[in-house]
Design a protein around this ligand. Structure first.
Ligand code: UGA
Length: 433
């Protein structure tokens, strides 16, 4: 099939590459010519494990290309909108300006029947308003506008594309459902397809992300209680997760959820509920609790070095989670900002996110060349992101360079028993921190 994808970000690019790998002819369109230039050199503009190899393979096979112009749309059987929906700075409502701009461009270019799918996360009812806008722009256009929400995780986008838990098709008509089933035909044997109306599909996306955010916030609050009553959150989470109705996933305590999705989508869902006079008290308290959490952790870190003159903290992890270079709404970034406000010197390391972190902090923090180097002259080490590499910290390498042997693990991934045996003061979230 001929497919055009509008947007080359964390959703648009992996989807383009994935659909090309399934055998479709895909053109990925982005207005930013600098991005398209890089992509045309077979270089991925985002970090995703395995993405660049597949990108190169499919460009070489002639199935994938990149463009800054929308003219290619006239050839497409399916057009997928995967542009950003950033939060409004005050109301936190999802801002649809990029969706609307894309919809107008698409409507102008349509020739012959086309399925237009919104993959971006959009408030319930957006499909209706976009359909209206497209019909107004081009009254003779023949298309069906559907919702095709995306559930890829950053850092695992390639894996998730080929192994989705489900494909949700939100369409009010039968024809586009058939076409989307054909688009994903090669994946249908390993996933479930749920066909629902457009508004339900839009809501499934928000409800799923909000539910996961609530789950994380819940385990974070239980972690706080564990630390007060001498429980161990890891054991508590394991015990809870063994109940198949609860499940092990998303019960890892930490410094709060971050990234470009959960913070934005929970806020947008809460806005949508208020707008419809519906109370979503769990989501509202999750948003408030998650934001308080980062300040609380920063305050605990500050107090751990409050007796030291010119304190210095070595930070392990800057991205919002493992496997990505993305620092958007990263708890690590927010915590570091609080530490800097309290005149604490920071030296940090992240296996993937150093260059994005430099754009945020510039010269305000120091950057280490490797994970052990953050210990140089530090009064405390803190793990803020669950990067796999940190599981292999060699404490014997750290001892000669660290000023004070203390380590806080906000993700509970480090072998603290080993550290404690070597004389470190160890603090684990949901145990003694
Ligand atoms: C999330 C959803 O998981 C995807 O299904 C969805 O498609 C995506 O948002 C989106 O809307 O585009 P993502 O933001 O990539 O994916 O990251 P997650 O793996 O869900 O993690 C989000 C945050 O929660 C991270 O800061 C992570 O460290 C934190 N987290 C996650 C925890 O603190 N504990 C956990 O147990 C799990």
């Amino acid at each position: 099939m001929k497919v055009v994808i509008i947007g080359s970000g964390y959703v648009g690019l992996p989807t383009s590459v994935g659909l090309a790998e399934l055998g479709h002819h895909v053109v990925c369109v982005d207005r930013e010519s600098s991005k398209i230039e890089i992509l045309r050199q077979h270089i991925s503009t985002i970090y995703e494990d395995g993405l660049e190899e597949l990108l190169r393979k499919n460009v070489d096979a002639g199935r994938l290309s990149f463009s800054t112009t929308h003219e290619v749309i006239s050839e497409a059987e399916v057009v997928i909108i995967a542009v950003g929906t950033p939060p409004h700075p005050v109301t936190k409502e999802a801002d649809l300006k990029y969706i609307h701009a894309a919809a107008i461009e698409i409507a102008r270019e349509l020739k012959g029947y086309t399925v237009v799918a919104i993959k971006s996360t959009v408030p319930v009812g957006t499909g209706d308003s976009v359909e209206y806008l497209m019909k107004k722009t081009n009254p003779s256009a023949q298309f069906h506008l559907i919702s095709l929400p995306e559930f890829l995780r950053e850092g695992f986008a390639v894996h998730d594309f080929f192994n989705p838990d489900r494909i949700v098709i939100g369409a009010n008509e039968e024809e586009p459902k058939k076409i989307i089933n054909t688009l994903y035909a090669k994946l249908l044997s390993r996933t479930k397809v749920l066909q629902v109306n457009r508004r339900s599909a839009e809501l499934i996306k928000y409800a799923s992300n909000a539910f996961l955010a609530v789950k994380i916030h819940f385990i974070n609050e239980i972690a706080d209680l564990c630390a007060k009553v001498s429980g161990d959150i890891n054991d508590v989470a394991t015990g809870m997760g063994l109940d198949s109705r609860i499940g092990q996933k998303f019960l890892n305590p930490g410094p709060g959820y971050g990234g470009s999705c959960f913070p934005k989508d929970t806020e947008a869902l809460a806005y949508m509920a208020r707008h419809n006079q519906v109370e979503l008290s769990l989501v509202e308290s999750t948003i408030a609790g998650n934001s308080k959490r980062k300040r609380k952790i920063a305050a605990q870190l500050i107090s751990s070095v409050s007796d030291v003159p010119d304190p210095k903290i070595g930070v392990l992890g800057l991205a919002f989670k493992n496997g990505t270079d993305d620092c958007r709404s990263s708890p690590a970034v927010e915590i570091i900002e609080e530490l800097l406000n309290n005149d604490i010197e920071i030296i940090a390391y992240d296996p993937l996110a150093m260059s994005n972190a430099r754009c945020i902090f510039g010269e305000r923090i120091k950057y280490a060349d490797g994970m052990h180097d953050v210990a140089e002259g530090a009064d405390l080490l803190v793990v803020l992101t669950e990067c796999n590499e940190f599981k292999f910290l060699d404490f014997e390498k750290i001892i000669p360079i660290i000023r004070r042997q203390q380590i806080v693990d906000c993700r509970n991934i480090v072998d603290m028993d080993k550290a404690a045996k070597l004389g470190f003061k160890t603090m684990k979230i949901g145990l003694n921190f």
